[in-house]
Design a protein around this ligand. Structure first.
Ligand code: ZN
Length: 154
């Protein structure tokens, strides 16, 4: 990654940290999940309202480092309007991105979320970047209309 790209990425993260999008509780949420990252002290609450199979609305509140807040902010933007399956697929790809296990194609499909690719080189920051996404994963699971037994053994 060139220095210019690194600075641009940092600017996007700082912007979302300063003015997080989709901020504030959601009165009619179908799922409400709390997340905590004790390594860094990040805390967040995620609110999701489903309309059938779609994420009709999503918001969050919380406090923590810039990476955790920016990641939550960009996550809410990325999944609004998506189906459950699409949101879950994004979670998988984002998780692969920040743990450095994704391939180039999967990474490219994340668009602006690629700003968090550098986190893969900063093990202490992986949980900051993925906190909101794990909350989303939990919200999808606990609100699933037909819960299926977990197939994910990782
Ligand atoms: Zn953090």
């Amino acid at each position: 990654m060139s220095t210019d790209t690194g600075e641009l990425y940092q600017e996007i993260i700082l912007d979302h940290n300063r003015s997080p999008r989709n901020w504030g509780p959601l009165a009619d949420a179908s799922a409400h999940v709390k997340g905590h990252n004790p390594l860094c002290g990040d805390r967040l609450e995620l609110f999701v309202r489903f309309d059938g199979d779609r994420v009709a609305d999503v918001s969050f509140v919380g406090e923590g480092c810039a990476i955790s807040k920016a990641s939550a902010s960009m996550m809410t933007q990325a999944i609004k309007g998506k189906s459950r399956a699409e949101a879950e697929a994004l979670f998988e790809r984002f998780h692969a991105l920040v743990t450095g296990t994704g391939d180039a194609e999967s990474q490219k499909s994340l668009g602006r979320l690629q700003v968090f690719s550098g986190v893969a080189r900063l093990p202490m920051r992986v949980k900051c970047a993925s906190l909101a996404w794990h909350a989303l994963h939990e919200a999808l699971q606990e609100s699933a209309p037909n819960p299926s037994p977990p197939t994910d053994a990782r």
